[in-house]
Design a binder for this molecule. Structure first.
Ligand SMILES: [Cu+2]
Length: 541
């Protein structure tokens, strides 16, 4: 499939539209005002600047797609809209745009025109639930929060189940009004709103931890950026706390955690404000994750979903009386996630997601009951040729005492098991050969869980193992593995994935085959982290 992605953030007169949300110009970001020399850098300021109000850089990434680097939405391949009034001296494209443009045009013969890019998706991967969203350097949190994101559902082939086995149909172009659906994509996000209904996103670091300065030039804390953001409202497919009328039969739901920072723990219950943890009224039958179907359906009373993770589930409403109400609730926290057993979201607001209301049965359910369902077998990866030790880190201010976090960082782990922090601009350290299968060990040296996403590949979760921790629960430096604590993937992680939760105080091991040469990224999918250094380029070949 070929898609032309057009940045159309211009008004009726062809002038650019500024961002809806406050853009912090002090991060290591796209930085169009820096021109060709200063783009994709941290600009230097002599005093604390206000938000950037220029044209908006955008580049789209299909999350989980097995595609070429020129079509992956590299963070430095952004482009501004083709507006009449882009200030002179601004870079209109990111530093990698022209190179990928030339590579695409040579390979596929279609030109990229100003304000757009054309990406090619082979779709030569397992049938699954993908999604797309912006990936511009230092802008992703704002561009995703502002709205543009969507599902990319890949179907058919020997990695899909035969039609009729699972509940369907799903919504499709050209459907007549009133068409009934039994497969429904559900994107869950958290947002806050201003009194006039516009989106609220913080315009000062003070919102996060009441740190009101000093910023530039006295300190290294960004004045607008928030290290995490938690909205006070749940939206599903863009609607606050919606309801869906369902028939007493089976449904297939494609769930996505599309939040910026919020981990979700989802349950189906009869009382939305029941004391947490609530007891489940209905189970989920999870049949798939990010990289296709699981080896077999897994019955779960709750779904733990890190940012950008997907769960393909069947829920069976059979036998419920018309008028019955079932609530999808969230028991994940209103703060960074440290693992199960922590605080739950406010039961009156972000602790609720949506409601299902049972109506009359209007259809015949021909789908196979989940417990009896056979799922397609996906090929294995073979043995790994190399194991890389990588690290997840957090950094406080280097200038002010007890102020932080300043940013989060990825990195490597050295021979003494010490983390070696790396920023976005450090030389590439992950350089798999074309066709290599590798194990990546993610040592989490921070206090929180991070959802780690690797572009190009669908990986397997190999194992997790505990590290010795200090009194605050953070991994010791150097890292010390605790013998006998090795455990395999969770039951819902036994298929292929593109995003995995790396818990604090643990090493998480994943295995992937890198078969497309080129320049890609791996990063934390807390998009605030990703925007402020918790992303690294990697090169295959
Ligand atoms: Cu993170």
């Amino acid at each position: 499939m070929r898609v032309k992605w057009i940045n159309q953030l211009v008004d009726g007169n062809g002038n650019y539209l500024p961002h809806l949300l406050p853009v912090d110009p002090t991060l290591h970001w796209a930085n169009p005002p820096g021109g060709e020399m200063g783009r994709d850098m941290s600009p230097e300021f002599l005093s604390t600047p206000g938000p950037y109000t220029g044209p908006v850089p955008i580049v789209t990434h299909v999350h989980g797609a097995h595609t070429y680097d020129h079509s992956d939405g590299f963070a430095e391949a952004w482009y501004l809209p083709e507006a009449r009034n882009v200030p002179s001296g601004f870079a209109s494209v990111g530093s990698k745009y022209d190179g990928f443009k030339a590579a695409f045009e040579a390979a596929w013969g279609q030109a990229w025109t100003p304000g757009s890019s054309v990406f090619q998706y082979p779709n030569d991967q397992a049938a699954t639930t993908l999604w797309y969203h912006d990936h511009a350097l230092g802008m992703t949190r704002l561009n995703v929060y502002a709205g543009p994101a969507g599902f990319y559902l890949l179907r058919g082939g020997r990695t899909d189940v035969e039609s009729g086995v699972l509940p369907g149909p799903a919504p499709a172009p050209g459907d007549l009004p009133g068409t009934r659906y039994y497969e429904i994509p559900i994107a869950i996000q958290d947002r806050s709103f201003n009194g006039d209904g516009s989106l609220f996103y913080p315009d000062s670091r003070e919102f996060f931890d009441e740190f009101g300065g000093p910023y530039i030039p006295e300190s290294d804390i960004s004045p607008i950026f928030n290290p995490e953001f938690f909205g006070n409202t749940t939206v599903v497919n863009g609607n606050t706390w919606p309801y869906l009328t369902v028939e007493p039969r089976r449904y297939r739901f494609r769930l996505l955690n599309g939040c910026n920072s919020r981990f979700l723990i989802l349950k189906m219950v009869d009382n939305p404000t029941a004391q947490r943890p609530a007891s489940a009224m209905l189970p989920f039958w999870q049949i798939g994750a990010e990289g296709g179907f699981l080896p077999k359906p897994v019955q779960l009373n709750q779904l733990i979903m890190g940012l950008a993770e997907r769960a393909d589930v069947v829920v069976d409403f059979t036998g419920l009386r018309p008028g019955t109400e079932i609530f999808l609730i969230n028991e994940g926290p209103d703060e960074p996630f440290g693992g199960l057993g922590g605080p739950s979201a406010d039961p009156d607001t972000t602790g609720q997601v949506m409601k299902f209301v049972v109506g009359p049965l209007l259809s015949t359910d021909t789908s196979v009951p989940p417990a009896q369902r056979q799922l397609p077998v996906l090929a294995g990866l073979g043995a790994a040729s190399i194991t890389r030790k990588l690290s997840l880190n957090e950094a406080d201010s280097e200038v002010l005492e007890d102020v932080g976090p300043r940013e989060a960082e990825l990195g490597t782990v050295d021979a003494n098991n010490m983390p070696v922090e790396k920023g976005w601009h450090d030389p590439i350290t992950e350089n798999p050969s074309v066709g290599a299968t590798e194990v990546w060990e993610l040592y989490n040296f921070t206090a929180d869980a991070h959802p780690i996403h690797v572009h190009q590949v669908q990986f397997q979760v190999v194992s997790r193992q505990q590290l010795e921790t200090d009194e605050e629960g953070m991994a010791m430096k150097p890292a010390v593995l605790i013998p006998g604590t090795n455990r395999g993937p969770e039951s819902w992680e036994t298929g292929y994935k593109d995003t995995v939760i790396a818990y604090p105080g643990e090493v998480t091991r994943i295995k992937a085959k890198f078969d497309i040469p080129g320049l890609f990224v791996w990063h934390c999918h807390i998009v605030e982290h990703e925007d402020n250094e918790m992303m690294r380029p990697y090169r295959v070949g």
